[in-house]
Write a protein that binds this ligand. Structure first.
Ligand code: 2AM
Ligand code: CA
Length: 266
C-alpha cells in the first residue's frame, strides 16, 4: 500500500485550502454560538472545528471513496482501522489557542491502512508551514527535507503538554515531570498544539516533547513525520503507541529517548 505522489499532492492541497479558512477567522469568542463545551476541563469545540472537519471529510472521501474516517469532532469506532484505509483527522489542533487568537494551531491529517501510517501532514496556516511525510519517503517542511536534532540533554529545549482536559488526574504529576526535566535541560516551552509540538521535534527545533494523555488525532500524522525524520515516539513505558487509542506520548530526537523515559518515570 502506498499513497501516490499525485494523491499526496491532492491531500496537501485540500489541507492548505482548509488552512486558509482557519487563518481568516478571528475573535471567535465574540461570535454568537461559535463555542461549545465538551466533557473535561476547559475542553471547547468551535463551529469552525466542525466546519473544517466536514470539508476535509467530504473532499478526502471524493479522493478515497473506500476510506473510513477517525476524527475528533465525531463518534469513532476503533475497528475502522482494520483492513481498510482510514483517515485520522484533527480539524483544528490547538483549539484553545484558536479561540484566544494565539495563532498557533494546525490541521492534522494522517492516512492509515490496516492500522499502519502511510502518509501524514500537519499544516500551520499562520506560519504557512506544511510538514508532511510518507512511509519510507522521508519527512519534509514546505517540500524541503527535515531531520531531528543531534542535541544532548544539557543543551536540549523541551516541549511539554499539560493534558488540560484531564488536569484533575494528571496535573500534579505533569508538573512534577516538567520539574525533573527542566532541572537537566536547557529550558522548557509549552505551545498548546500537540500536532505542531511533534513536528517541531521532527524539524530539530526542539529535542523532545511529552504529554501525559493525548488522543489519536493529536499525533497520528506527527508520528510518521517524526519517525521519517529520524526521531522516536513511544508512550511513557517505552512501548509504541497503539493505533487509535489514547496514550501518554514521548517524542524525541532518539538520542535522548532513554534518558527522558527515566526522567519522566522518576
Ligand atoms: P485540541 O486542541 O485539538 O483539543 C493541548 O495540550 C494539546 O493537546 C492540544 O493539541 C489538544 O488538542 C491536546 N489535548 C489536550 N488535552 C488532551 C486530552 N486530555 N486528551 C487528548 N488530547 C488533549
Ligand atoms: Ca482539535
Amino acid at each position: 500500500m502506498e499513497v501516490t505522489i499525485e494523491n499526496q499532492r491532492k491531500i496537501i492541497e485540500i489541507i492548505r485550502s482548509c488552512g486558509a479558512e482557519v487563518r481568516s477567522v478571528q475573535n471567535v469568542e465574540s461570535q454568537d454560538g461559535a463555542i461549545a463545551v465538551k466533557p473535561g476541563a476547559a475542553n471547547f469545540v468551535t463551529s469552525f472545528d466542525v466546519k473544517v472537519q466536514n470539508t476535509l471529510i467530504s473532499r478526502l472521501a471524493a479522493l478515497y471513496p473506500q476510506a473510513r474516517f477517525f476524527a475528533e469532532e465525531k463518534d469513532n469506532d476503533g475497528s475502522c482501522f482494520k483492513d481498510a484505509y482510514c483517515f485520522v483527522i484533527d480539524p483544528i489542533d490547538g483549539t484553545t489557542n484558536f479561540i484566544h487568537d494565539m495563532k498557533h494551531s494546525a490541521i492534522s491529517v494522517a492516512l492509515y491502512y490496516d492500522a499502519k501510517p502511510l502518509f501524514g501532514a500537519v499544516y500551520d496556516p499562520y506560519m504557512d508551514e506544511m510538514f508532511h511525510a510518507s512511509l519510507g519517503g522521508g519527512a519534509f517542511l514546505n517540500g524541503s527535507p527535515i531531520r531531528v536534532s543531534g542535541r544532548s540533554l544539557d543543551t536540549a529545549l523541551m516541549l511539554f503538554g499539560t493534558s488540560p482536559y484531564n488536569r484533575d488526574q494528571y496535573g500534579r504529576e505533569t508538573f512534577d515531570r516538567v520539574y525533573n526535566v527542566f532541572m537537566k535541560c536547557a529550558d522548557v516551552r509549552r505551545s498548546g498544539s500537540a500536532a505542531l509540538d511533534v513536528c517541531y521535534v521532527a524539524g530539530g527545533r526542539v529535542d523532545a516533547y511529552f504529554e501525559d494523555i493525548l488522543s489519536p488525532w493529536d499525533f497520528a500524522a506527527g508520528l510518521l513525520i517524526l519517525t521519517e525524520a529520524g526521531g522516536m515516539i513511544t508512550d511513557y513505558t517505552g512501548d509504541l503507541p497503539k493505533t487509535g487509542e489514547k496514550t501518554s506520548v514521548l517524542c524525541s530526537n532518539k538520542l535522548l529517548h532513554s534518558e527522558m523515559l527515566q526522567l519522566l518515570n522518576k
